[in-house]
Design a protein around this ligand. Structure first.
Ligand code: HEM
Length: 78
């Protein structure tokens, strides 16, 4: 949450963010972008990729299709 004095980071749930390649997200963490600082010195490479995978899980959590659910469980969520 940003009230003043800093550029608000964008949501991960926009179509543009969903379509970003994994490598772009990795690059943003590594080198920063515009007002976002780089995290290459604080976050080891393996952790950066782990963050990318976690972001993908967060994106899926808000954007799932019925087909993503195993067939036997679909009736429970309809
Ligand atoms: C390490 C986990 C993080 C990831 C994966 C991440 C990812 C991203 C991505 C994908 C963008 C959008 C880039 C674009 O528009 O092309 C972004 C923007 C931004 N992030 Fe992060 N970020 C992380 C951590 C942080 C942290 C810790 C901060 C604050 C200290 C931050 C501040 C920002 C800001 C201010 C922007 C907007 C930059 C601008 O448009 O000027 N991010 N981030």
């Amino acid at each position: 949450m940003v009230n003043r004095g800093y550029v608000p980071p964008p949501t991960f749930h926009s179509q543009r963010m969903r379509e970003m390649p994994d490598g772009y997200l990795f690059d943003v963490i590594t080198n920063g972008v515009r007002n976002m600082p780089a995290y290459r010195y604080q976050v080891p490479v393996r952790d950066r990729w782990t963050i990318v995978a976690y972001l993908r899980a967060l994106q899926r959590s808000q954007n799932a299709a019925l087909e993503d659910i195993p067939q036997p469980l679909r009736d429970e969520v309809r």
